[in-house]
Design a binder for this molecule. Structure first.
Ligand SMILES: [Zn+2]
Length: 336
């Protein structure tokens, strides 16, 4: 059963720290991106970290976050089962409004790790909320990621007009007092679409935070959000400074939209009625001579294209993160 819990994920991050690589943390809200990621990760012999945001849970649940979260978690675990890699599930940007869901995810072991995002709150309140989640997860193995500093841009239901860089001294106090396992830092990356060259990226700050934590005897892996606009060389630099988790959402969303746009443009005449034909969607054109082509409009047709394209892009991103060939999974008999 390749869905792996927090204990295995902790081991994966330790290895990433020791061998200087990172994991791409990929958001999913439906099966196509997930399947592309599973295929690419297995081919690359990389473990896979997928994340569910509150917005994705709400979407997948038809407006019901709880149903969506349980449904997506079950889908990921079931689809992951035959793949010979470790597949981890993280909750992405869960906030104070989702405390009940967080507790349920811990109780029912739906995930491997949870990000509690209270970075919009004042420092003390951020500590209080992050610590509460760390305490709720204590003894379960589930890892807790907390964030200090604000990341510019809009992610899901969280938005921030300005970037607020993480203060290295506050970072030490924050990790000590929250007992968070992972620390998400703000060093100038942005959520959403951004250009690598335009970012006021402060790579030095990641190094400073890592050093300050190490001096205090803390080894929490660092997490970077909003990495879709980073250039490969910037990613490399950040990994060198102790970043072990790179969040990727926007990039795959673009790949999804781009692939669908090209596919439907190519097949437009198979789907749209030609001029002079009555637009009779209600009766699926049963009255006339013209019929749309099922091979073009079946969602599985475009879905297969999206899966293939995600698979291709994921290979490049896994290479960038350096996690290829690093899977903890071994085909031991007790794991088959
Ligand atoms: Zn984020």
């Amino acid at each position: 059963m390749p869905f792996c819990g927090g204990d295995r994920l902790r081991e994966a991050y330790r290895r990433a720290q020791a061998e200087r690589f990172a994991f791409m943390a990929n958001n999913v809200a439906e099966p196509n991106i997930l399947i592309g990621l599973l295929e690419a990760s297995t081919e690359a012999r990389s473990d896979l970290l997928v994340q569910i945001s509150p917005g994705a849970a709400k979407f997948a649940g038809g407006g019901d976050k709880r149903a969506g979260l349980r449904g997506l978690s079950a889908l990921i675990r079931e689809l992951a089962a035959p793949y010979p890699i470790c597949v981890f599930i993280n909750l992405d940007h869960f906030t104070r409004g989702e405390m009940e869901l967080i507790e349920e995810a811990i109780e029912d072991r739906l995930v491997s790790s949870i990000m509690i995002d209270a970075s919009q709150e004042a420092f003390e309140e951020n500590i209080r909320l992050s610590r509460a989640v760390a305490e709720a997860a204590a003894g379960t193995g589930i890892l807790i990621e907390a964030e200090l500093g604000k990341i510019k841009g809009v992610e899901d239901e969280i938005s921030s007009d300005e970037a607020l860089y993480t203060d290295p001294d506050e970072a030490v106090e924050f990790v000590e007092r929250t007992a968070a396992d992972l620390l998400a830092i703000s060093v100038g990356t942005q959520h959403g679409v951004s250009k690598g060259r335009d970012l006021e990226l402060r790579v030095d700050l990641a190094a400073k935070i890592r050093d300050r934590l190490a001096a205090a005897g803390l080894d929490a892996p660092l997490v970077l959000h909003g990495t879709s606009g980073l250039l490969p060389e910037q990613v490399q630099e950040m990994i060198g400074y102790g970043i072990c988790k790179l969040n990727k959402d926007t990039h795959y969303q673009y790949v999804y939209g781009r692939t669908a746009t090209e596919f439907f443009a190519e097949h437009a005449t198979d789907i749209l009625p030609p001029e002079g034909v009555e637009d009779d969607v209600g009766n699926l054109f049963a009255r006339g001579d013209w019929s749309p082509n099922k091979k073009a409009f079946d969602p599985r047709a475009v879905g297969a294209e999206i899966q293939a394209r995600v698979r291709e892009i994921a290979h490049a991103l896994i290479e960038q993160a350096g996690s290829s060939g690093k899977t903890l999974w071994e085909a031991r008999e007790d794991q088959q």
